[in-house]
Ligand binder design. Structure first.
Ligand code: NAD
Length: 307
């Protein structure tokens, strides 16, 4: 297989001053992309800020012959998203790739979590991805090309104690992808979501040293690069960690139609096994696919011809 390259492409990587984002920026640049290295430079809980994290990555890229500029705006405001996009256009003339990676953590059980901490996490992960994607969307539509990566988490896909804020934000990103894929289709804007697992400052206190070593951020990077490549898939949720890659997806059971007399809470309870039986489950490609299944199942059961 020929090498996957990004020559002539302009990429924005948010939160690229450290952790996973830094590896994405370095590898994209080493394969020919011009990169905007965005990072607010604060602590893992989103407090503070500074320019040194982004500057250091830019220095590394430039010293190895790549092209990069730093940006220190926060993704959490619409103005921040616009400024990050402007940095790409001012320095490199366009935007082909956006890697929405910036993130913070404010873990606490839902019972003890302050709403401020709930919504701050949403503001960085979900709103932040919206701001940066919105800022480039029209430009990508006009040029008929775009590759957007969003960053979800096993915490969003499946849950994790103490991370209600983070889980809600991360699953919100999957919903964002699902619709952007549909709206971007005819302009060759592809949107994919990465669910990484890596030893970074976000996770280093949670794992043993030998596990941390196996989960080096570099073991994830290749997956992200494929998701924003010329021949990228579309609508994929790629799990990546320790060099293992897997695809996550949402499936829906075929379901059953209940006769009018069974359309009661008791009827639903009595048929629960059939409603939830997974044989023949489907991965829908749009919300209307679900509507079609609900209607055709009902029509078939009632002997109605919907035409
Ligand atoms: N490490 C993992 O195992 C793991 C698992 C699932 C998801 N993720 C996700 O991967 C992404 C990268 O995380 P990481 O593990 O590399 O952590 P990290 O803390 O090393 O990286 C996050 C970066 O985002 C930057 N940032 C934070 N708020 C910002 C803002 N408002 N604007 C711009 N930059 C901001 C930080 O300064 C930091 O450099 C995050 O979205 C995270 O939720 C990581």
């Amino acid at each position: 297989m020929s090498e996957i390259r990004y020559d002539g492409r302009v990429a924005i990587v948010t939160g690229a001053g450290g952790g996973l984002g830094k590896t994405y920026a370095l590898m994209l640049a080493s394969r020919g992309a011009s990169v905007v290295v965005n990072d607010l430079g604060g602590a893992s809980d989103g407090t503070g800020g500074g320019s040194s994290m982004a500057d250091e990555v830019v220095k590394q890229i430039n010293e190895s012959g790549g092209k990069a500029v730093a940006n220190y705006d926060s993704v959490a405001s619409p103005e921040g998203g616009e400024a990050i996009c402007k940095a790409a256009v001012d320095n490199f003339g366009k935007v082909d790739i956006v890697v929405n990676n910036a993130g913070i953590l404010r873990d606490k059980s839902f019972l003890k979590m302050e709403l401020e901490d709930f919504f701050r996490v949403i503001a960085v992960h979900l709103d932040g991805s919206v701001h940066c994607t919105k800022a480039v969307w029209e430009l990508m539509r006009d040029q008929g090309y775009g590759r957007i990566a969003l960053t979800t988490s096993s915490s969003g896909l499946y849950g994790n104690f103490g991370q209600a804020n983070y889980s809600a934000a991360k699953m919100g990103l999957v919903g964002l992808m699902n619709t952007l894929v549909i709206e971007g289709l005819k302009y060759d804007i592809r949107v994919n979501t990465l669910s990484p697992c890596a030893a970074t400052r976000m996770t280093e206190d949670l794992m043993k040293p030998e596990v941390l070593e196996l989960l080096a951020p570099a073991s994830v990077t290749a997956g992200l690069l494929y998701l924003v490549s010329e021949d990228a898939p579309n609508r994929a949720i790629l799990a990546a960690g320790g060099g293992t890659f897997a695809r996550a997806a949402i499936y829906e059971t075929p379901g059953i139609h209940l006769k009018e007399e069974d359309c009661t809470p008791e009827g639903v309870a009595a048929h629960w096994d059939a409603i939830t039986a997974t044989e023949g489950q489907t991965e829908y490609q749009s919300g209307s696919d679900q509507t079609v299944n609900l209607l055709t199942t009902a029509a078939r059961s009632l002997g109605i011809d919907l035409g």
